[in-house]
Design a protein around this ligand. Sequence first.
Ligand code: B12
Length: 328
Amino acid sequence: MAAGARYTVAAVARRLGVAPATLRTWDRRYGLGPTEHQQGTRRRYSAEDLHRLELMRRLTIEGVAPAEAARVAVQTAHVPAPAATSVPEQALPEQAAGTFEVPAGELPCADRPARSGGRVLALPRGTPASRGLARAAMALDARAVAHLIRRSLDEQGVVPTWEDLLRPVLVAAGRRWENTGEGVEVEHLLTECCGAALRSVHARLPEPGSPRPVLVACCENEWHSLPTHALAAALAEAGVPSRLLGAALPVPALHSAVRRLGPPVLFLWSQVPATATPGAIETLPNTRPGTLTLAGGPGWAAHAPLRRGRVVSSLPDALSLIRATLGA
Ligand code: B12
């Protein structure tokens, strides 16, 4: 978008990945509208207006409350829009400080059609960070989503990132789909970004030369695989090697992997009841030394307690049971 040019509400909304109604609200509530509104003409934003709005959007994605973000954005009025804008650190509240740069012309959602309304994920007990992640996900801003997840993994570690950031946003996205039938694209974007970030933790930490890694897999027909990535990343962070066999592992393949690897622990994820089959565990081959089987996920709820193996209730629960079993 060139300096001197004028943009419609629809064009700016597309560019920012927000609904046109959101722009009107920002204008009404915070005075973040077109600064040179000519009588009798349609509302047009200047490059400088756009720069302020981009700052507003980046700050809210960083978790700054909208009123505070607007105050900062309004204060930056009359600053010429730079080619690549970074948020001035002194302008940020403490929790939002840090590097966060989005080149002005490269917002991934720039060419996507904006849809009116419903661009908010409900996070009743959300933190600034989870609200920011939800905003970025709803705007389909993969770059910001990836940045926020990576930063949390680096600063907080895997378990707090899963429990306090990723899980609340995933649950909210799922609830929105349940209520409206919308937002599968948001779930896919979150899945891509969460999976990539968690996999990079799993890959980054050197694997000690243990011949018996923990085996982590999803039940047959189970395509919800993110929790297995979270577990593998958390294990890697704790120095525990694992083999991750991903989504929808057929039962014969699971049995073959157990036979071949003889894992000290097998973790089997089931998100939905239809995929939890205790028979797959009961018919596992015997290994020497033995394999402890842990079943995780809401799908197993109806089958607890298991005849063979234990049902775990959370990521920290799974992690501490595995570490205790390995004496790690
Ligand atoms: C991302 C997602 C997808 C992605 C999955 C991509 C992937 N590779 O994982 C895609 C888009 C593919 C998908 C598809 C579908 N999905 Co889906 N999906 C989700 C979503 C948003 C997150 C899934 C997730 O990672 N959950 C993990 C955490 C966030 O969920 P949780 O249940 O709170 O988990 C806690 C406990 O399980 C516990 N826990 C216990 N033990 C352990 C052990 C470990 C190690 C961990 C980490 C945690 C843990 O702690 C967890 C929190 O940490 C959920 C929403 C939700 N609430 O889960 C819907 C959800 C699971 N999906 C749902 C549905 C219906 C579907 C589809 C059938 C939709 C459709 N019509 O196509 C398909 C089915 C696909 C299939 N055949 O398996 C429903 C399931 C309803 C039900 N109970 O049966 C949900 C709940 C959405 C909803 N609110 O209705 N989905």
